[in-house]
Design a protein around this ligand. Structure first.
Ligand SMILES: Nc1ncnc2c1ncn2[C@@H]1O[C@H](COP(=O)(O)OP(=O)(O)OP(=O)(O)O)[C@@H](O)[C@H]1O
Length: 245
């Protein structure tokens, strides 16, 4: 695909103010970040440090005050809403802590639903393939209440991946899971990075989760203040503790 080779996500000197620039809060105060394709980046930092804002600005869910944001090589900083809407359907996928599945729909209906809503045709075999990709081929007809938390999150990942997004954005993807289910989900994400070259940007509070990523960036007061490659849990916990002081 044409976006391969260029960074999947690029932020250049991004600021995001809430309220007036001189009196408001700088949720991001000059963040530059580049995530090459096929890499997994974790974003950590104390509460209020700007993690969610970074994720939202990088995914085109929120507008930056200044600086530039590129997704799959495309400058989206000033893109009209219609372009951002299309981008959310095709270029990016989202996974949240709370799964956000529709209780009355089966796993396969949940996977197909956002595409249908967007008027994008997905075949039953695409849906089945997507569920098979997360190890749930045999759960296609099950409703969320008939699935474990980890299985529900895997359905949510299948739903996010069906459009083959350039970037999967994950906000605390294992936050609601027990440690075994969390491990299964993290292994699945790792397999997607390793075998399919998926790019992932993930916010987490948990050092053990962040240590699954290739790189951890640490935010404090809206700035990237630290960065660790090939992280260990211990290293991540130590650096986070310093920031949370
Ligand atoms: N809509 C808003 N209006 C005003 N201030 C906001 C708004 N959204 C976020 N902020 C402020 O911007 C800063 C960064 O918030 P953000 O939610 O990005 O932090 P976070 O690191 O994700 O926090 P947490 O770990 O607690 O979820 C905080 O000081 C927050 O209070």
């Amino acid at each position: 695909m044409s976006w391969q080779g260029v960074p999947a996500v690029e932020l250049h000197e991004v600021t995001r103010y809430h309220g007036a620039r001189d009196t408001g809060v700088a949720a991001l105060a000059g963040v530059s970040l580049s995530c090459p394709p096929g890499t997994w980046t974790a974003v950590m930092g104390p509460s209020g440090s700007g993690k969610s804002t970074l994720l939202h600005c990088a995914a085109g869910l929120d507008r930056v005050t200044s600086g530039r944001v590129l997704l799959a090589g495309r400058d989206i900083t000033a893109a009209p809403d219609s372009v951002l809407t299309a981008l959310r359907r095709r270029t990016v996928g989202f996974v949240f802590q709370s799964f956000n599945l529709i209780a009355s729909l089966t796993a396969e209906q949940n996977v197909a639903f956002p595409s249908k809503l967007a008027g994008v045709r997905v075949s039953r075999s695409d849906v089945r393939q997507s569920l098979a990709g997360v190890g749930l081929a045999d759960r296609a007809r099950h409703k969320p209440r008939e699935l474990s938390g980890g299985q529900q999150q895997r359905v949510a990942i299948a739903r996010a991946m069906i459009s083959r997004p350039a970037v999967l954005f994950a906000d605390e993807p294992t936050g609601a899971l027990d440690s075994h289910s969390a491990k299964v989900v993290l292994e699945l994400l790792r397999t997607m990075v390793r075998t399919a070259g998926q790019t992932i940007v993930m916010v987490t509070h948990d050092p053990a989760v962040a240590a699954s990523a290739d790189t951890v960036v640490f935010l404090a007061d809206g700035r990237i203040v630290d960065r660790v490659g090939s992280p260990t849990v211990h290293e991540v916990a130590e650096r986070l503790a310093k920031l949370e002081g």
